[in-house]
Design a protein around this ligand. Structure first.
Ligand code: GDP
Length: 204
C-alpha cells in the first residue's frame, strides 16, 4: 500500500490552457537536470517509477501534473541548467514556470539540489524568482548519502544561511531514505493534506 494510495500521473501540459482547473492546492518541484528530482518525487510519493513518466521523450519540456490525493497536485518541471548558450531552452523553461505564477493553487516550491554541488547560480536565480512571486521554497539536499556526516552538516548549515529565512532546507536521499518523511511534511502542509498514512521510506 502506498503512502498516497490514489497517487497518479494526470497529464503533461505545455500551455496554461491545458492545465488543470485552478482549484485545490499545488506544489511545484524544480531543480537542475540530474539533481535527483525524479527519484525524489518517487520517494515522496512512495512509488518506484511514478516520475519515470515525466522522463518519457517528448515530455521533458512539459509540465507534468501528478495528483497525490484529490485536489492536491505535484507539478514536475523540466530540469534546468542547460549548457551555456542554450538560450532557447532557457526561454522555454522560463515560459513554463511563469505560466504557474497566476495560479492560486500554487502554494510552494520544492527545490531539489545535488548535495555534492550545493546551491548553484541557476538555483539562486530560482530562489530569487520564488521570493519575487511570494512563494515559499523548501530545499532538498538530495544524494546526501554521497557526503560524510561532517560534510552533510556543513552543507545544511551553509544552505540554511544562504536561504536567510526565505526558505527551509533538509538533507535527503532517495537511495538510503534519509529525510523522506521530513520531505513529505512540508508539501503536505502546503497542500493541506490531512492524515495520509505515513509508512517507512521507500515503501511501494
Ligand atoms: P533528475 O534528472 O533530476 O530527475 O534526476 P534522477 O532522479 O533521474 O537522478 C539522476 C541520477 O542521480 C540517477 O543516476 C540516480 O540514480 C541518481 N540519484 C538520484 N537520487 C539519488 C540518491 O539519493 N543518492 C544517490 N547516490 N544517487 C541518486
Amino acid at each position: 500500500m502506498s503512502v498516497y494510495p490514489s497517487v497518479r500521473f494526470l497529464f503533461s501540459a505545455a500551455a496554461a490552457a491545458q492545465f488543470p482547473i485552478d482549484h485545490g492546492t499545488e506544489v511545484a518541484i524544480v531543480g537542475r537536470s540530474n539533481a535527483g528530482k525524479s527519484s525524489a518525487i518517487n520517494a515522496i510519493c512512495g512509488r518506484r517509477s511514478l516520475a519515470r513518466t515525466s522522463k518519457t521523450p517528448g515530455r521533458t519540456r512539459l509540465l507534468n501534473f501528478f495528483e497525490l490525493v484529490p485536489d492536491a497536485r505535484l507539478i514536475d518541471l523540466p530540469g534546468y541548467g542547460y549548457a551555456a548558450g542554450a538560450r532557447e531552452d532557457q526561454a522555454v523553461w522560463a515560459r513554463l514556470i511563469e505560466m504557474l505564477v497566476p495560479r492560486r493553487s500554487l502554494r510552494g516550491l520544492l527545490l531539489v539540489v545535488d548535495a555534492r554541488r550545493g546551491l548553484l547560480e541557476a538555483d539562486q536565480q530560482l530562489l530569487h524568482w520564488a521570493e519575487r512571486i511570494g512563494r515559499p521554497v523548501h530545499v532538498l539536499l538530495a544524494k546526501s548519502d554521497q557526503l560524510n556526516r561532517a560534510q552533510a552538516r556543513q552543507l545544511l548549515t551553509d544552505t540554511q544561511r544562504c536561504l536567510e529565512g526565505h526558505g527551509s532546507a533538509q538533507l535527503f536521499s532517495a537511495h538510503d531514505g534519509t529525510g523522506v518523511l521530513q520531505a513529505r511534511e512540508r508539501p503536505e502542509a502546503w497542500l493541506e493534506i490531512r492524515g495520509p498514512k505515513k509508512e517507512d521510506p521507500g515503501s511501494t
